[in-house]
Design a protein around this ligand. Structure first.
Ligand code: ADP
Length: 352
């Protein structure tokens, strides 16, 4: 049976207290010349991964106090050497703690930067699309509002000026038609943009995405497992676009598991060759896709999240189809959801 993380934590803390107590006894019963207290620094170094900033400072303070107490209780030896050794031990404890805190701060900053990068990769693909939609559609919308106000005024007159009101309504209808034409055009533009397809090693590209999201997964206590088929043929697609889609599926999986208690957040990524197609599967242990949701998953602007935009999967589908593949979702084995996409391998003719 595997011990739970909580039990492991308690065990490790107990062990730490025992080691500290042994060090204290050793430092006290040996003569002044033996600087056993230096080993408190080793305990601090070992405990650094388990403890937060404050607890670590607390542990350093306790170690310093115990070093001082040992000196006071040590019955024999040369007091001058004892004082020097105490100084060295305390300096070692303080320096170790300071360095650990510095390193932890740098690690946290790097983690935050990685998480930000992952989000940016997703937003970047949306940004171009949303900016052009907003820019183009704003004009007819503003014209509709102006004509709407004019129409209200013509109708409020006594007697109402029906001819002018009708003209304003005509303008509203034609502007609304223009707005929907623009949306259709933007949509076809987004679809029509040819991907920069080329040959690339699929597993390697997936591992790059996972490296980028690794810190975020660790922060959220997600256990990642991979099963990347060895000897896959090279893929023929737009590498960056495929990585964007993979990153999006991984982010969705991470978000889906936010409500699952730790441990129990598991992400399984696998690649395989199925019917001459390269297939990536992203399986999570979240709540899965609820009944009635499945048919909307890939619809644009369809989301169940409070802060969601609902375009991630729709853009992913556009990208995968433009790269000659397919994307779909299935219920996970046990619990959770599996999202898969396929892309073609490089054929003989596509090789340079
Ligand atoms: P968003 O993430 O902004 O909601 P998406 O298009 O990426 O937009 O996802 C649409 C919806 O699909 C989500 O709101 C969610 O309900 C559902 N979904 C996506 N991925 C998962 C998943 N791994 N598990 C369960 N539901 C999911």
């Amino acid at each position: 049976m595997q011990a739970s993380p909580r039990t492991l934590f308690i065990l490790k803390m107990t062990l730490m207290v025992i080691v500290m107590a042994l060090l204290f006894v050793l430092d006290t019963v040996t003569s002044y010349e033996v600087a056993a207290a230096v080993f408190y620094a080793v305990v601090i170094l070992t405990a650094a991964r388990m403890l937060g900033r404050r607890a670590l400072i607390g542990l350093a303070a306790v170690s310093i106090a115990m070093t001082g107490l040992s000196l006071a209780f040590t019955p024999h030896g040369n007091l001058q050497s004892g004082l020097i050794n105490m100084g060295i031990s305390m300096a070692a404890i303080i320096t170790t703690t300071y360095l650990i805190l510095k390193m932890e701060a740098a690690r946290a900053a790097a983690q935050a930067a990685q998480a930000q990068l992952l989000r940016l990769a997703r937003i970047q693909s949306l940004e171009g699309l949303t900016t052009s939609i907003a820019h183009e559609v704003n004009q007819p919308l503003a014209a509709i509002v102006t004509s709407g106000h004019a129409c209200q005024r013509w109708l409020a007159q006594d007697p109402p000026n029906l001819d002018k009101a009708r003209l304003a309504l005509d303008r509203i209808l034609s502007d609304a038609g223009r707005a929907s034409q623009i949306i259709a055009r933007v949509h076809s533009l987004a679809r029509g943009q040819p991907p920069q397809r080329g040959e690339f090693p699929f597993n390697e590209a997936i591992l790059e995405v996972l490296a980028l999201s690794g810190a975020e997964m660790a922060r959220q206590g997600i256990e990642l497992s991979t099963e990347l088929a060895p000897g896959l043929p090279t893929a023929f697609a737009d590498r960056v676009q495929i990585q964007q889609v993979t990153g999006n599926l991984v982010l969705n999986a991470i978000e889906a598991m936010a409500g699952v208690a730790e441990p129990g957040r598991r992400l399984h990524i696998s690649t395989e060759l199925r019917a001459h197609e390269i297939v990536l599967s992203v399986q999570d242990s979240g709540p899965g896709v609820a009944a009635g949701v499945q048919e909307h998953l890939f619809d644009a602007f369809w989301t169940t999240k409070k802060d969601g935009i609902g375009v991630g999967l729709s853009i992913s589908r556009t990208i995968i189809e433009a790269n000659g593949g397919r994307i779909w979702s299935e219920p996970g084995l046990g619990r959770g959801a599996v999202f898969r996409f396929s892309i073609p391998p490089t054929s003989q003719e596509q090789r340079p």
